[in-house]
Design a protein around this ligand. Structure first.
Ligand code: NDP
Length: 603
């Protein structure tokens, strides 16, 4: 591969200034407070378009071995891995009418996974399934979630259309009492919380948002009854409609080309352009990925994680723009792994050069693809790679060459200024619309226990999240906490994450299942000591500052609390997912008994 010429120091300095200016244009004093949850008078934005009417379901009042809160990939994988450990009664409680989590909710036109399907879809070795596309459409992924659930017998005990409202530890039976919004009240020896990190749709708090009298919805609740068509397109009912779409993140990039094809006119309200790299989706065969070899999917997934984590690897099996960018930005990754203080400046300078090469290439792609120079200029991203979730598409920029598509840049007004009964106001212009679609993303982490939305009452009056109010969350490896026996959390709290989040979730599911199996074998409770929690916190704190410089200089978004930077408290394992998974495997091998406490009673 011929690399573009390295930028000169003057060019780098000019870029630095431009990035700072573009960031300052966008930072808002209200930060994350600019958004509104889909509740109260905006609650209809969160209604389930796929709901089934099972109003007659009788409340359950029995006892199960494990209750799992959430039926997305986290919950399904926990269920599957527990089943493989021999656990009999596993009850997954899920708000949607079926399994799938984000792939249940997000069925918008064009929905695809932007991570290669052969590494994204979990348990391919175990289920024998081989994906049909390099980047799978959402429906193929949703069906795979259902496949795993079916193959592991997770349907019979599941409760759908149901939200857990509280968890309370019952000392007399040494089990959790689980209550729901459907009147259920049952006992579970163990609880796994798998509520996801980006599961609550959010809306911008634009004045007048509730006044709009046209049709409106959030992309995660697509209304095909209104638009016509399917996730593959054919939105024929938009043929005479003026449609506005707010948001150009990973979702907007996928949905905009589909809307452009079918709407009479499409207005794209953009605040910050995404970086949009080459996609190159194509059909794949089992032979392409060596799917005849046992363990092929695990090997490919491990290889991808190593490459995108900057770990030494001989081959790059996935070979796409995620892995190519990781190689180009490898200078960034050592700095995440704590260079000595006297080497930090050199690391950062090398990173800045590599980043400039990548971002110049992406800006040149916009210029090549978009015919109107003014529109092309507005679509160019001016921030460092990975400040926002990188995007991929071979259709996105072409949509702006159509006569029926108008790009409305809202950076100078910090987004749309006002919504009226009939349209959207930006600057001096009102855009009259029949339909307004919000591709404005999700609140980060609100569905878990951290916000108190799901109160968890532990031992001796301890309650989450109150118990963590003063010192911040305390866990061992992110999974377990003192005072909350047999409570196991999945997600991104105090562990390590990756762009291939299902891989991370599967490792977590394996870990949780091993904990339950060990506790059952020893007839014990799972509960770490305070000392173990403090030791883990100290490990996290060692690397806490390493990401800070990067996020502090980034354009606002949910990665950096809308420009405010990362929280002071350490929230992630500093040495990356590969090292974290190895650490967990070793701990299971050598130290798992540390968290097993004698039971006093058998419920
Ligand atoms: P994002 O939060 O990434 O994007 C929201 C968009 O709405 C941004 O463009 C934002 O602009 C814009 N916006 C917010 N408020 C306003 C306003 N007042 N006026 C104008 N524009 C506004 O949400 P997405 O749903 O796109 O993506 C969320 C995450 O979901 C991704 O980061 C990714 O992790 C995941 N995802 C993954 C996919 C996959 O294929 N694996 C596909 C889709 C999503 P600004 O940038 O200025 O804030």
């Amino acid at each position: 591969m011929t690399l573009p010429p390295a930028p000169t120091p003057d060019e780098i300095a000019a870029l630095r200034d431009r990035y700072r200016a573009e960031r300052e244009r966008r930072v808002r004093p209200d930060g994350p407070g600019q958004y509104r949850p889909t509740e109260a008078d905006l609650g209809h934005y969160a209604a389930d378009p796929h709901a089934v009417d099972d109003a007659d379901r009788a409340p359950v009042r029995d006892r199960v071995d494990v209750a799992v809160v959430g039926g997305g990939f986290g919950g399904i994988l926990a269920g599957a891995r527990l089943r493989r450990q021999g656990v009999a009664r596993i009850r997954i409680v899920e708000r949607g009418a079926d399994f799938g989590g984000t792939w249940y909710w997000n069925r918008y036109p064009g929905v695809h996974c932007d991570v290669e399907s052969h590494v994204y879809l979990p348990m391919l070795d175990e289920t024998g399934y081989v994906p049909e596309w390099k980047y799978a459409p959402g429906e193929e992924i949703r069906r795979h979630a259902v496949r795993i659930a079916e193959q592991h017998g997770l349907y019979p005990d599941a409760l759908f259309g149901t939200a857990v409202t509280a968890l309370a530890w019952d000392e007399t039976t040494e089990s959790w009492r689980v209550t729901t919004d459907r009147g259920d009240a049952f006992q579970a020896t163990y609880v796994v919380i798998a509520t996801g990190t980006l599961s609550e749709p959010k809306l911008p708090g634009i004045p007048g948002i509730e006044d709009f009298k046209g049709h409106t919805f959030h992309t995660s609740r697509w209304d095909y009854a209104y638009t016509g068509g399917t996730p593959d397109g054919g939105l024929t009912r938009l043929a005479d409609r003026r449609v506005g779409v707010v948001g150009t993140g990973a979702t907007g990039i996928q949905v905009i080309p589909m809307l452009a094809q079918d709407a009479a006119h499409l207005y794209v309200f953009q605040r910050t352009p995404s970086s949009v790299d080459v996609r190159g989706n194509r059909r794949t065969t089992a032979a392409d990925v060596g799917a005849d070899r046992p363990g092929w999917a695990r090997a490919r997934r491990e290889n991808f994680l190593r490459v995108v984590s900057g770990e030494p690897t001989e081959t790059d099996l996935v070979a796409d723009q995620w892995t190519a960018s990781a190689a180009l930005l490898e200078k960034l990754l050592p700095s995440f792994r704590r260079p000595a203080p006297d080497r930090r400046a050199a690391f950062e300078a090398a990173y800045e050069r590599a980043d400039a090469v990548k971002m110049n290439e992406l800006r040149a792609r916009v210029q090549r693809s978009v015919t109107d120079p003014e529109t092309a200029a507005k679509l160019q991203p001016w921030y460092r790679y990975a400040c926002k979730r990188p995007g991929f598409s071979d259709h996105y920029y072409q949509a702006f060459n159509r006569d029926n598509v108008t790009l409305v840049d809202t950076a100078d007004t910090h987004g749309i200024e006002r919504i009226t009964e009939t349209g959207v106001v930006v600057g001096d212009t009102t855009y009259e619309l029949d339909c307004l679609i919000f591709a404005t993303g999700f609140s980060v982490g609100v569905s878990g226990v951290l916000t108190g939305r799901l109160p968890v009452h532990g031992r001796d009056g301890g309650q989450l999240p109150r118990a963590w109010a003063e010192r911040g969350p305390r866990t061992l490896h992110g999974f377990t906490s003192h005072g909350f026996p047999n409570l196991l959390q999945l997600g991104s709290l105090q562990n390590a994450s990756s762009v291939n989040f299902t891989h991370v979730l599967d490792e977590q599911a394996v870990h949780v299942a091993a904990l339950v199996a060990a506790a059952e074998a020893e007839d014990a409770l799972i509960e770490p000591s305070r000392e173990a929690e403090d030791a883990w916190y100290a490990t996290l704190a060692e690397g806490a500052a390493d990401h800070a410089w990067f996020h502090a200089e980034c354009t606002p978004g949910y990665y950096n609390a809308e420009g405010r930077g990362r929280p002071d408290r350490p929230s992630a394992y500093p040495h990356g997912a590969v090292a974290f998974h190895a650490l967990l495997a070793q701990w299971r091998e050598q130290s798992i008994n540390e968290v097993l406490q004698p039971r006093t009673r058998r419920g």
